[in-house]
Design a protein around this ligand. Structure first.
Ligand code: SF4
Ligand code: SF4
Length: 218
């Protein structure tokens, strides 16, 4: 899923202060952001309370309303859910990912749509540890079939296709001072366990980065 992180609250306040209106529609997303409790109904509610409180302390009145949609990255859902409810001079504060912000901005063209989140990566949630880990850079040419399900584009600091490089020591990567596992050492161990070291020694040609030129469309 897409991993987002809330911007510092002062940054969100500063973004809103750039606009004349004191009417904010805070929009949550029950997709990725809602699933791991970064931008679902509860977080939207808390954001509304915090914004109103912060403005009261400054002697201003701010009126917030909430709406949480099934998925902010679906234009039809956004149009159906938000067009009928937008009021007055409201600016929209999105608690989805960057795709959500842009989908709302394209669909409701007469409003500013502001991002409450920074969109970080495509990743996996380790629920018990409360951690989120990057897993995929959406490279457009997946080779997980050759690497035992470990992505070298994402997990190797140099995105090498034929590793490991000379910078590993005791299974750790030189980048970031040997604090992370070397992806290619992990790939080696995995393929060895699976008795497929032929895949490890197979030379891989340089990637054709033209398959992932932005913006991409399907
Ligand atoms: S190779 Fe890695 S970055 Fe590319 S699609 Fe597969 S998981 Fe994603
Ligand atoms: S040490 Fe391993 S993870 Fe680090 S850059 Fe080299 S191959 Fe990639």
């Amino acid at each position: 899923m897409i991993i987002v992180e809330q911007k510092p609250f002062d940054e969100i306040l500063a973004m809103l202060e750039g606009h004349k209106t004191h009417e904010i529609l805070i929009v949550g997303c029950n997709g990725c952001a809602g699933i791991y409790q970064a931008g679902g109904e509860k977080q939207v509610e808390v954001m509304g309370m915090l914004l109103e409180m912060a403005h009261k302390l400054k002697g201003n009145n701010m009126k917030t309303r909430n709406a949480t949609v099934l998925r902010q990255c679906d234009r039809q859902i956004v149009a159906t859910a938000l067009k009928p409810v937008i009021e007055g001079d409201e600016v929209i504060l999105s608690m989805g990912c960057g795709a959500g912000v842009q989908t709302i901005a394209e669909t409701i063209e007469d409003r500013f749509v502001l991002p409450a989140h920074n969109t970080m990566f495509i990743g996996m949630q380790e629920r018990e540890l409360g951690e989120l880990h990057e897993k995929c850079k959406a490279c457009g040419d997946c080779i997980l079939d050759e690497t035992g399900g470990i992505c070298p584009i994402t997990m190797c600091a140099k995105s090498l296709l034929n590793g490991p490089c000379g910078g590993y020591a005791e299974g750790k990567c030189e980048v970031e001072d040997y604090t992370h596992d070397c992806a290619w050492c992990q790939i080696y161990e995995k393929l060895k366990r699976l008795d497929r070291l032929d895949l490890f020694t197979k030379p891989r040609l340089p990637r054709d980065w033209r398959v992932s030129l932005s913006p991409r469309n399907l």
